[in-house]
Design a protein around this ligand. Structure first.
Ligand SMILES: Nc1ncnc2c1ncn2[C@@H]1O[C@H](COP(=O)(O)OP(=O)(O)O)[C@@H](O)[C@H]1O
Ligand SMILES: [Mg+2]
Length: 256
């Protein structure tokens, strides 16, 4: 359990007088894509926030590369569902990406090339000078992802990042993200409500339960997703193993 890039050791988190996460232990390996599912309010966002150092555990430890996490770090990027609020409306696409470089105190002279590179990576090279309001939702979410990539994180926390997008846009962003993660060797924790999205993207899927207790800890199920890469919106979703896992997770969520 201790050799992961990110490790939760018996983590408990209390907020507002309630135990939100209980006895949570898990380890994420470098380069792994871990999806997190579970009913609304079960602590998925809290789990990601703890991994990013935004919230401290009240029991146990969260470690990155073996070191206890004490606060936010540029090593960990966070992508929010609400791209509309994550981007500054008065800054252009390039200037929004630049925020990550300014925070990291990257010398001004180096910024344009790095901004151009990440915008090209997410297919937005032609839109650098536009403002967020001039872009579709999918494009705005690409800007947020580009800004995270500019940070050159080793870990990406993604909290229902495609939840507000239409189905077609969501599928194309899923494929783009899967490619990016593999090309850049990123490690990802990805929260979603969508079982198919979890199975399509994940190397592993973790299911959390609501109202955890000491004998029923937050981590309710953990499954490996042994589907071949690169995944494909048609063939992967028709794969017998995909259908089998989808059924298992569906029944699991239905019962909890
Ligand atoms: N800052 C906070 N203070 C008090 N309660 C909180 C806080 N943040 C989240 N919660 C509560 O913790 C529970 C889990 O929240 P969250 O992690 O956002 O769940 P999920 O992302 O799975 O929907 C919810 O009941 C929520 O109301
Ligand atoms: Mg949430």
């Amino acid at each position: 359990m201790n050799n992961g890039i990110l490790t939760f050791e018996n983590v408990a988190i209390h907020m507002g007088g309630r135990e939100i996460l209980s006895s949570t232990s898990l380890s994420v390996q470098r380069g792994e894509f871990v999806c997190v599912i579970g009913p609304s309010g079960c602590g998925k966002t809290t789990l990601l926030r703890a991994a990013a150092g935004f919230v401290a555990p009240s029991g146990g430890a969260v470690r990155r590369n073996g070191e206890a996490i004490t606060g936010p770090s540029r090593e960990v990027a966070f992508v929010f569902q609400d791209y509309g609020r994550a981007l500054l409306p008065w800054r252009t696409v390039a200037a929004n990406v630049s925020l990550a470089l300014e925070a990291a105190k990257v010398p001004t002279a180096e910024r344009p090339a790095r901004i151009a590179r990440v915008l090209a990576t997410v297919g937005l090279a032609a839109h650098a000078d536009k403002f967020p309001a001039q872009l579709s939702g999918g494009m705005q979410q690409r800007v947020q992802i580009a800004r995270c990539l500019a940070q050159e994180p080793s870990l990406m926390m993604m909290d229902e990042p495609f939840g507000a997008l239409d189905a077609m846009t969501r599928e194309s962003l899923q494929d783009e993200l899967a490619r990016l993660v593999r090309e850049q060797g990123l490690t990802v924790m990805f929260v979603t409500h969508d079982l198919e999205e979890a199975l399509y993207l994940g190397d592993r899927v973790i299911a959390l339960r609501a109202n955890p207790t000491a004998d029923k800890p937050s981590l309710a199920a953990m499954i490996d997703v042994p589907l071949p890469y690169p995944r494909n919106q048609l063939t992967t979703k028709e794969h017998p193993e995909f259908l089998r896992l989808r059924r298992a997770l569906y029944q699991y969520l239905g019962h909890h």
